[in-house]
Design a protein around this ligand. Structure first.
Ligand code: HEC
Length: 116
């Protein structure tokens, strides 16, 4: 079988786009305690931990299930990490986003019922 350049290009593109889709390993069922809390702690607690939020990050509390739930429900959680219009971009530096897989994980949590 003979593959021309276009065919080869197609195969290479298909291969890499396939790989990219599998980059994020996101569980079937997402819960706050198992999946979301570790991400928030790692990526947001330098400003939003219970003991620092008064000094640094404001009145915006996201350090336990109840407080994060409130921010998820009023749309600010996704709005801020996805840098949507009308929200303060997080993590509080213009142009800087957390990694794509973490955003997808949090988005899936929000869209699948905000399980504890
Ligand atoms: C460098 C410090 C810093 C980091 C890191 C940070 N934040 Fe914030 N966050 C802030 C500050 C400051 C505000 C603004 C608070 C205010 O105006 O009261 C804020 C506000 C918010 C708001 C409210 C946004 C709005 O539009 O009202 C949300 C939601 C939020 N942060 C979530 C997060 C999440 C989720 C992360 C981790 C991915 C994160 N933050 C990381 C400092 C930070």
């Amino acid at each position: 079988m003979k593959i021309n350049n276009l065919g080869l290009l197609f195969l290479i593109t298909a291969f890499f786009s396939c790989q990219q889709k599998n980059q994020c390993e996101i569980a079937e069922v997402i819960t706050y305690e198992k999946d979301v809390a570790p991400v928030i702690e790692a990526k947001c607690f330098m400003c939003h931990a219970p003991d620092v939020y008064k000094k640094k990050a404001s009145r915006v509390k996201i350090y336990d299930y109840k407080s994060l739930l409130a921010v998820a429900n009023d749309k600010r959680l996704l709005g801020s990490i996805k840098h949507l219009e009308g929200f303060i971009a997080m993590p509080y530096k213009k142009d800087k986003k957390i990694d794509k897989c973490s955003i997808l994980l949090i988005e899936k949590w929000v869209n699948s019922g905000l399980l504890k």
